[in-house]
Design a protein around this ligand. Structure first.
Ligand SMILES: O=C(O)CCC(=O)C(=O)O
Length: 271
């Protein structure tokens, strides 16, 4: 880890994140050629889905697929994450949010932390763009500063187009007027706080919008295993002085799926 790494956050970037709950315009994690190679291999992962499943069912497959594990353990990503979580943190989740061209899928306004049985709030999501992402193909939007307002009540989302089962309750005291549009080039990522309110509209465009979310938490964060029994941590940096959670073992296969019993979106910590 070099002090000159472009992925080490500056004091100004750290301050911006604390204030606004997100970061954009970060240096790429993967070059266009590297990202193209990763993208070319994605069908091999998708081929492991069973009939009736979709890319949303790829949850925590970094535990069994080196293809994903290597992304989650990328030191360039860890440099960014260290800037917000400090020296001791682990990775615990990876999920795809893929909207094909002309997809009606939406992600309702929500806070990830509302889904997660984890305390205290000290988690960050890395949203790694597999494709170029913008306002045209259903890119994410986030309400700056919303992570500082505490958790807002969520209600069940009955829309069949919604990727998530919960969204902010009707009449919640928030305005989407101030939402920031996330724009990323393939191979770039954004960061967001687990309490930041975010969501995304459908993708009416001719372009796919694929992103991989990777969730990292400080080692002080404890998961409630009675709610999410599949939870496993992979220490990325530093030491786990707390030992609150079970540790996973790195995968040996390049593409394989876990055999744990899937739990619901909410239990799995999808958000
Ligand atoms: O990909 C999206 O549009 C939403 C992603 C999301 O909800 C998340 O990263 O927690």
């Amino acid at each position: 880890m070099s002090d000159t790494s472009p992925h080490h956050l500056s004091a100004a970037q750290k301050e911006f994140y604390q204030e606004n709950g997100y970061l954009l315009d970060l240096p790429p994690i993967y070059s266009p050629a590297e990202m193209a190679a990763i993208r070319d291999d994605l069908p091999q992962l998708l081929a492991l889905l069973e009939p009736g499943e979709s890319s949303k069912d790829i949850r925590e497959w970094h535990e069994t697929s080196a293809y994903l594990y290597d992304i989650c353990m990328n030191p360039r990503i860890h440099d960014l994450v260290e800037g917000v979580l400090g020296p001791n943190f682990y990775c615990w989740a990876s999920n795809f949010f893929i909207k094909d061209a002309h997809s009606a899928s939406t992600v309702g306004w929500h806070q990830d932390a509302y889904y997660w049985p984890m305390t205290p709030h000290n988690s960050v999501t890395v949203w790694l763009a597999f494709d170029d992402v913008d306002e045209v193909n259903g890119g994410m939007k986030l309400i700056p500063g919303s992570h500082r307002g505490g958790l807002v009540k969520h209600q069940r989302n009955e829309s069949t187009d919604s990727v998530l089962s919960l969204q902010l309750e009707d009449g919640s005291d928030f305005s989407s007027d101030s939402a920031v549009q996330f724009r990323l080039q393939a191979g770039q990522c954004s960061l967001h706080d687990d309490r930041a309110i975010h969501g995304s509209p459908a993708n009416p465009s001719d372009r796919r919008r694929a992103g991989l979310t990777i969730r990292y938490s400080g080692t002080n964060v404890k998961n409630d295993l009675s709610v999410n029994p599949n939870f496993k941590t992979y220490l990325c940096r530093g030491v786990d002085e707390f030992k609150h959670n079970p540790a996973g073992t790195p995968p040996t296969a390049r593409f394989a799926r876990p055999d744990f019993k899937p739990v619901s979106n909410e239990e799995a910590g999808q958000g």
